[in-house]
Structure formats: C-alpha cells, structure tokens
Design a binder for this molecule. Structure first.
Ligand code: GDP
Length: 312
C-alpha cells in the first residue's frame, strides 16, 4: 500500500514539473514566433529562474530513488561479528523460525545467508555473514571476504558481541572496521550474564544505544527491533511521508531531463538563440513524459494557444 501511494506521488510531482516546463517552453516559442510579445532577454531570464527551481525538484526526485529501493528491496542489513557470538541465532530470533544453521563449531557459517523480514512494516534484507576473523582455512577465508563485501554493501550493520566472554582481537578489529558505518551494537548472550570488562569496553566506545539481548531466550529482541526502526526512520528514509520514489529506469530519464534542462539554461545564460533553448526544453519535457508513460503530442500547441492571445 505504501508503495502504491508513493508511486502516485511520484507521478503527481513529475506532472507538476512538466506543467511548469511546458509553460516555460510556450513562453520561449511565442517569443520566437511573435517577437512583439516579449523580448528575448526576458525569456532567457525566465528560463534561468524557473529552470533553477525545476532542477532542484528533479534532483529531489532522483534522491528519492533511495527510498524506493528500501521499500522494494528492503534495507540491506548485515549481521556481523566474530565467529560464535550468536549471529545465526540472532537471525533466527529475528525470523522467529529456524533457517540459518546454528552450530557451536566456530566458522561453520561460511557463506552469506539472506532473509527478508518485515519489521513493523519496513522490509529488511538481513544478511547473516560468516564470522569475520583471521583464519588460515581457505574456504573460511572466502566466507570472510564475502562477509566483508556484504558489510560494505549494507545500509545498516548489526555488530554483535558475546557479552559472556572476554573480548578478542577480532572483536576489536571489527569495532574499528565498522566505526564509520551506520551500526547498532548488540551484546548477545545476556542470559549468561554480561562480563563487566566487556560491558565497560563496549560502552566506552559506543556511548549510546547498545542493545543487550539474548538470542536464545528472545529477551531484548523487541528493543533491538525498536532501535532498528528508529535508525531507519531517522537516518535512511528520513522523510518517508514527503518522499516519492523512482525506479532505475525513471531515475535514468530524470537524469536525461536534467541534462536537457541544464543545457537549455546554459544556452540562455550564454545568450544563444531561442530555438536552441526551445529544443532542449522540449527534450526535457519529453523525457519526463516517458518517466510517467506520457507522450508529448499536442501539449505545446494547446499550451501556447491557451496562454497567449494569438490567432491560429
Ligand atoms: P555465529 O557463529 O555467530 O553465527 O553463532 P551461532 O548463532 O552459531 O551461535 C554460537 C553458539 O552460541 C551456539 O551454541 C548458540 O546456541 C549459542 N548462543 C547464541 N546466542 C545465545 C544466547 O543468547 N545465549 C546463550 N546462552 N547462548 C547463545
């Protein structure tokens, strides 16, 4: 439902931009054909002023593609941590069903496992990564490389620690590696009690928002879900309500429209002939039309005769 609503808004916004573009185009065309109607300088100035506003709106539409991707593909969320901290168990707890293979042999999750969950209406693409650690095992190394890749691709990282154990070099390395990423620090195995030194170290680094939980008993999973939703709403899909969304093809057409509009503005600024500007505006209008499945047709003539007092 959210998807359909946002798609409708996208169409509305493109139509509204096109309307202004058409008015601008009509102004330019009329100045070409009926020079007594307006002077060229005024038309050029108009192209620059209105063009600037429209460019900003097109940019916003292009930026909104990120939200579209989130709704369609889910927020790419990587669960990372050294082997055996409970990543697979956490994935299972989140999925509330058994899907990942849980074992107590470190390094047995060797590939990246993907699952989709719907967290209070927001789709998440959860990636359970192989534990990241220094290893001599060739197969495990491949897993580690893939884990790093999915960590790099992720929009959100759940960094998992085992609160019942002292921290290791791998734990420290992962903290540094994810420091600049959007992450939520999770301390697992809270049912076994959290070691003071482990807790002090983690809280010293991450002042706010450490989530203590037990993947085994399920305690704290809701708090983690709350945090995840908070982060997505505040940082990823900042203005979900005000957003539109463009798919890949539409984004491409928006880029083309932007190029055309920019070149019309460049021409206007350089004092090029109005014909040149008109052609570029027309092309921008057409590109935007393709993005919503509408052809240009007779729009321009209709616009000219409805706006300007001219005999046909
Ligand atoms: P991974 O290698 O990080 O994916 O870790 P696993 O999910 O395979 O878990 C490793 C071991 O820790 C398994 O024996 C789990 O049963 C155990 N484990 C995972 N989460 C918890 C927890 O919250 N509490 C306790 N007591 N044990 C857990």
């Amino acid at each position: 439902m959210a998807l359909r609503q946002v798609e409708g808004r996208f169409g509305d916004e493109v139509r509204s931009i096109r309307k202004e573009l058409l008015a601008l185009q009509a102004h330019v065309e009329v100045t070409i054909d009926y020079p007594e109607h307006d002077v060229e300088d005024v038309a050029c100035q108009q192209v620059l002023t209105v063009g600037e506003q429209l460019l900003g709106r097109i940019d916003q539409l292009i930026a909104s593609a990120a939200l579209g991707r989130v709704l369609r593909e889910g927020v790419a969320t990587a669960i990372v941590g050294r082997p055996n901290v409970g990543k697979s168990s956490l994935l299972n707890a989140l999925l509330q069903r058994e899907r990942a293979i849980v074992t107590d042999i470190p390094g047995t999750t060797r590939d990246v496992l993907e699952e989709y969950i719907n967290l209070r209406g927001i789709p998440l693409r959860l990636m359970d990564t192989a534990g990241i650690r220094e290893t001599e095992d060739v197969v495990e190394q491949i897993g580690v490389v893939r884990s790093r890749q999915s960590m790099a691709d992720a929009e959100l990282v759940l960094l998992v620690y085992d609160g019942s154990q002292p921290l290791t070099d791998d734990d420290w390395a992962l903290e540094r590696e994810t420091a600049k990423m959007r992450r939520i620090v999770v301390v697992n195995k809270a049912d076994q009690g959290v070691r003071r030194d482990t807790q002090a170290w983690i809280e010293g680094l991450v002042a706010r928002g450490v989530v203590y939980l037990s993947a085994k008993t399920g305690e704290g999973i809701d708090a983690l879900a709350d945090r995840v939703i908070d982060v997505i709403e505040q940082e990823i899909a900042m203005d979900m309500d005000a957003s539109y969304m463009a798919n890949a093809r539409q984004t491409q057409l928006l880029q083309l429209a932007k190029q055309d509009l920019s070149s019309a503005m460049d021409s206007a600024a350089a004092g090029a002939t109005l014909d040149l500007i008109a052609v570029a505006l027309q092309s921008a209008y057409a590109q935007l039309g393709y993005a919503i499945g509408e052809e240009a047709g007779e729009d321009l003539l209709d616009e000219i005769f409805s706006r300007f007092c001219l005999g046909k």
